[in-house]
Design a protein around this ligand. Sequence first.
Ligand code: MG
Length: 268
Amino acid sequence: MKRRTLLSSALAGTAALAQQAKNPERFNQPTGYRDTPVLPLQRWKVHDIDRPKPPVVTPGAVAGAPPSDAIVLFDGKDFAHWTFRGKRDKPAMQWKLENGYMEVNPGAGDAATKESFGDMQLHIEWSSPIEISGDSQWRANSGVLLMGNYEIQVLDSYNNPTYADGQAGAVYGQYPPLVNAVRKPGEWNVYDIVWEAPRWNGEDLAKPAYVSVILNGIIVQHRKEVIGRMTHRTVATYKVHPAELPLALQDHDVPVRYRNIWARRLAL
Ligand code: MG
């Protein structure tokens, strides 16, 4: 079987070379054009030869592994990229670090990156405790706090009745996930998030934030316009803040685990 495959691919290669010899100009394509019309709302022409080429990025070797231009925020080994947004203003991380993951230290406070981010792509994996305790919003609640202020909910939503805009994958208090795609407690869930930071004109909001979220390979938020900062039982609002802020992970008093966290800066 394998031999036949090799043989047929060799024959196909020979046929392609024969075609090329017969019709050489067809195989000698230009790498761009200068005589084409300008694209609407862009400064570039169609197939513009002078348009800057996208930089080369080498994807991770396996699905979910950081690509070559990622900032690896947590690879399971140390807290080098992290500080602590503690309730008592303690800068050193007080979360557990073991077996390649970090775990919320209930009641200690939120974790935050040392680095600040604006527009970003974020990959982060999380799991809720196997031992189920509490219900509704008390079952494995945590959260990915984009810019420390805007929450993509982390929750054990597996067979856990709770309000729709508080489920895993929700923009908390604003938009439910399109589907409930969460895995069983103890299994690893994967978020891939695209974040467009809000823009400010002085103290005024010039452009709201937008967010897209893929949970376990399934789109759950598609470029939703974020209403404002995380809030509970009230309508979210914006409050002016710097163009870049640290990413934070919420301590909601439950030992939720995180691993394989990487980010890419975007210029959107
Ligand atoms: Mg939460």
